[in-house]
Design a protein around this ligand. Sequence first.
Ligand code: SF4
Ligand code: SF4
Length: 348
Amino acid sequence: MLFRIVEKMAFRSLIQLLLETTQVIGPRKIAVTREGKPVHQYLPLSGFEELELGYDTTDIPAKSYFLPYEENLSTWSFIGNDWTQEITYRLQPRVLVGLHACDINALLKLDKVMTREFFPSPYYISRRKNSFIIGIDHEPCQGGFCHWLGTDSVNRGFDLFLTDLGDRYFVAIDSERGFTLLQQVAVRLVTENDTADYLTVRRRIASGFAPPLDVRQLPRLLDMEFDSEIWRRWGAKCLSCGSCAAVCPTCYCYGVSENVSMDFTRGAKVKQLYSCTLKDFAEVAGGHNFRSARETRLKYRYYHQHRGFVEQYDEPKCVGCGRCGRSCLAGINPQEIIGDLLATEVPS
Ligand code: SF4
Ligand code: SF4
């Protein structure tokens, strides 16, 4: 990894240059809450002024640009005695700017599932390869617990990563294309003074987090507490609305439907992301539902995040972004559920 310093005016010029030729997506303010807090969303930018790099968080993760909630896998049509099928997954290059470490870590976890498993997804891979990623350091966000899971910083998965030093950015460069792009504006080498300022900022960010809980024993506890009243208590609150998985940057479960025209001459295979907390998630042909109780569905969501994924990839699926807790109308919060599970452990 290389490091350089970019003055803020030079960074502005860089984004303006990119905007002339490429789609640039970044955090834009879309609303204000009743309490006066700005609401941000990753959206295409039409000018540098729309980019708000000092945002707290977004309700919808950057995942939606790689795994959209709905996508056409293929379309087909009959013409005369012949038929054609069209599969489109190529994407023009684009830039995503302002991603926080948790969202980049989430993409790294999705990469493991979508690019290396037995059935890699060409749709996901084409979007990932054609996306230039500029991340940025930030102060701890409301409801986030990324520091419990080691996802409050990131060393891979981006092209450039910025740390705000006031009048300039400390830039980590992790790809050849990132290095090449930076050549378009004035950059300079890092001085001792820059390094000292960078370390001061990183220490300030780290000290802003509340002391973390130790989640290393969660996979074992989840097995031990399989029949715990914890699930009945939290499950009784769950509305089975599916919002938690919809906003999660690492959830990837989906369903596929075949939409056929009334005259049977055209059709499309459509993929839609789905949520494991929805009532029919585990319903099979014949009507049997393996997880008919909502507490069971809630439990398995936590099992996949903190037990199943660990078994498969040696790391939790959750990045601690807190989005599921913030979006839950029933007040179900991952930190509290994890806290309840950890409280069952008798200290040695
Ligand atoms: S968002 Fe809350 S209420 Fe809705 S399914 Fe998830 S845990 Fe249940
Ligand atoms: S489970 Fe919740 S806290 Fe964890 S990554 Fe998903 S949305 Fe974020």
